[in-house]
Write a protein of this length. Structure first.
Lengths: 369, 102
């Protein structure tokens, strides 16, 4: 397989703006090309759009708006991990030799239809994500003796880190008490435990080794990819206190990169809800089972931004189709020592974890300098 | 009869494959194991509460039937993990399935 790396990226602030999806998509695409004037749009072989929006033919639409005539252009939808699914598709086009340069643009509106999986009738009338998150939280707390107060550290940490991210939806810090006193959605979930749907976009250009060496002064390579789909329905999960698809995707990605979890210096974790962060850290092997909150508390107490430096989904907002791409941009910025006040100490290797529909599917990417 | 047409009548049935005899869940007319045809087994099924939470004053729980089927259901009493329950009400409202257990 050909080597695949990052050539450029563009990202704009996440908001609650009521804008057409085409406009949102164009925002980060324009930013990308403004930041990287050396990229010749005539040499872009494929344009992939990641979104859950119901508008049709968005990739050709974006291509036309951006003055690109690609060979391949199509949309990719996989609920919350549409972004990394698109990156995996772009990787495959390049690694196989079908393309040398691929633009991947993700965008979503605050009112995305991807927030609720209508098909999953086994959830009965409890289809909104707050219900699966409540079951996860209750199950995780019961199994490992974790309190609401302990779990609230996830939200406190990620809002603190988002304050250093100019593109984040949140620019406020919150205390443990703020989280516990925020609106009670269920017995096991407060408003500040949740990521918020928003309007946002993020774009990257991936390229072959030759293109990356030609166009990037500070190359970052995708060296590991792992994906696993266990089911589509939430109730098919075997455990409600761990993430099987994440565990398997993480193992595959690290195997492909020929690395161990101990080699990862910085990671973006899919914290759709507070409980998802310790569950994912444990399933990926960053922490032992039941010890994810110890890891998170220690990082928070020492102001170490290793996990979710941009503020996670909780602090940054969650425009579904853009999230996985925004996570990948963050790890790229970290590895390029270009993350401003969020910069971690000289990271060599990073990981992206992006999942869908109560962890029924997960994608894990490993990125290296 | 499909699972949905029985559910509309307020009956919860277990979909089972004619060929391999396995339970097919989520309900489908084609077996996800062997692609055989699926029939509906009627009965007064007993399930077990495996998790629960509460929204406002309303408890909701996850109930498992025959070690295979799991559904999210409303429950009026305070749920207990491991407690056996039966479906007291079910149907389709505004396109969404609903289940209540007792």
């Amino acid at each position: 397989m050909n080597k695949v790396g990052m050539i450029g990226y563009g990202i704009t602030p996440f908001s609650k703006d009521d804008q057409k999806i085409e406009t949102v998509l164009m925002d980060s695409t324009k930013e990308l090309f403004k930041n990287n004037p050396e990229i010749d749009r005539n040499h872009i072989d494929a344009v992939l759009v990641s979104t859950n929006n119901n508008s049709k033919y968005l990739s050709p639409v974006l291509s036309e708006m951006a003055g690109i005539q690609p060979n391949v252009s199509h949309t990719i939808e996989s609920l919350c991990n549409s972004g990394t699914n698109s990156i995996v598709s772009a990787y495959s086009y390049i690694a196989s030799g079908l393309a040398d340069m691929v633009l991947v643009s993700g965008a979503e509106r605050y009112d995305s239809p991807g927030q609720i999986l209508e098909w999953d009738n086994s959830r009965g009338e409890y289809k909104h994500p707050i219900f699966w998150a409540s079951i996860f939280a209750k199950s995780y707390k019961r199994e490992y003796g974790i309190s609401d107060e302990q779990l609230a550290v996830v939200s406190v940490k990620n809002h603190k880190q988002a304050k250093e991210n100019p593109n984040a939806l949140s620019n406020k810090t919150h205390s443990i008490e703020d989280v516990l006193n925020s609106k009670k959605l269920t017995d096991d979930l407060r408003l500040l435990d949740c990521s918020r749907p928003c309007t946002g976009s993020a774009s990257i250009i991936l390229g072959s080794e030759e293109k990356v060496k030609q166009l990037s002064e500070n190359p970052v390579w995708i060296t590991g990819i792992g994906q696993k789909t266990i089911s589509a329905g939430f109730t098919k999960n075997i455990s409600f206190s761990s993430m099987e698809s994440t565990k398997l995707a993480g193992q595959s990605a690290l195997k492909m990169a020929d690395k161990n979890i101990e080699n990862i210096d910085v990671a973006e974790i899919h914290d759709a809800f507070s409980v998802c962060e310790p569950m994912a850290l444990e399933s990926l092997g960053f922490s032992k089972n039941g010890k994810g909150m110890n890891t998170i508390k220690e990082l928070h107490d020492t102001d170490n931004f290793k996990i979710n430096p941009r503020g996670g989904l909780i602090g940054t907002g969650h425009p579904l189709g853009a999230t996985g791409i925004a996570q990948t941009i963050e790890i790229t910025q970290q590895l390029q020592s270009n993350a401003g006040n969020r910069q971690t100490e000289n990271p060599q290797m990073g990981l992206v974890h992006n999942m869908s529909a109560a962890a029924t599917s997960s994608t894990v990417l490993v990125l290296e300098k | 009869m499909s699972f949905e047409s029985k559910l509309i009548e307020g009956k919860f049935c277990i979909p089972e494959c004619d060929e391999c005899k396995k339970i097919v869940w989520p309900p489908s007319e084609i077996c996800s194991h062997c692609f055989g045809n699926v029939h509906l087994r009627e009965g007064d099924f007993e399930g077990k509460i495996i998790e629960f939470s509460r929204q406002n004053d309303q408890y909701f729980c996850m109930v498992e039937f025959e070690n295979t089927i799991k559904i999210m259901a409303k429950i009026s009493e305070i749920p207990e993990i491991g407690k056996n329950v039966k479906i007291s009400k079910c149907g389709i409202l505004d396109g969404d399935y609903f289940f209540q257990v007792i």
